[in-house]
Design a protein. Structure first.
Length: 231
């Protein structure tokens, strides 16, 4: 083989790897559209159930583009955000220790949909320093199997990677669980020592731009609970 002539095996590796990532991307995009359709159906169900009698309590969908969607309910916002890249787990991740991945290494390549919780007032009043929290992230692979990393109430329900297939029913269950978790994830007052001092600039600034951040767990640790993955 000449020095400037690439080995055909290199091209084949490139083709297979790229095709795998394209397939996973498409499946993840389909999953994102499932979430959108499920949320639109839930909004319609809510409006039908209360027939306009409870409009002071919002439950509504807002379009944020091809890779983001928003669900507002009560005083909360859930934002579902699909990442456009495909990821593989590190060798130390619990999912890599499962038989499901050992049987087919390509199953470890996943698309990701992140679920964030914000306060509705943070957007309403443009409080740009307020905090939001990732309550879960959905991983989907080439087999249309999925699992979720997240807070215990969500992550522990959806971590059987080998048998969990993404369907309309499972997408609705994920959305409903996210809403229920958010409803029970209450706003706590921040520690006194964090808010006892305010600068003159902060006090003179308008409410929209104050640097006194608001968040449901401001001053408290908020991180994904670690659960063992089932085979």
């Amino acid at each position: 083989m000449e020095a400037n002539q690439p080995d055909n095996s290199l091209f084949e590796v490139l083709r297979r790897k790229s095709q795998l990532k394209q397939d996973v991307y498409q499946i993840t995009h389909n999953t994102f559209r499932l979430f959108k359709n499920v949320i639109l159906e839930m909004v319609a169900d809510y409006q039908q159930k209360y027939n306009g009698n409870q409009q002071s309590i919002p439950f509504e969908y807002r379009d944020r583009g091809e890779f983001e969607l928003e669900l507002r309910f009560g005083g909360d916002v859930l934002i579902f955000m699909m990442h456009t890249n495909i990821f593989e787990f590190s060798r130390m991740h619990e999912v890599m220790k499962t038989t499901y991945i050992h049987d087919d290494k390509q199953r470890s390549y996943c698309g990701v949909i992140n679920i964030y919780n914000f306060l509705a007032d943070s957007f309403r009043y443009n409080r740009i320093n307020d905090l939001g929290y990732m309550i879960g992230r959905v991983f989907v692979n080439k087999d249309n199997h999925y699992f979720i990393e997240g807070k215990r109430e969500i992550g522990m329900l959806f971590n059987n990677f080998s048998s969990s297939v993404m369907t309309k029913e499972s997408a609705r269950q994920i959305v409903e669980s996210s809403v229920l978790y958010t409803i029970n994830f209450d706003l706590l007052t921040p520690p006194y020592d964090q808010v006892k001092e305010v600068t003159v600039f902060e006090m003179q600034a308008s409410l929209e731009n104050m640097k006194l951040r608001t968040g449901k767990r401001l001053g408290f640790r908020f991180q994904a609970d670690h659960e063992e993955f089932r085979q």
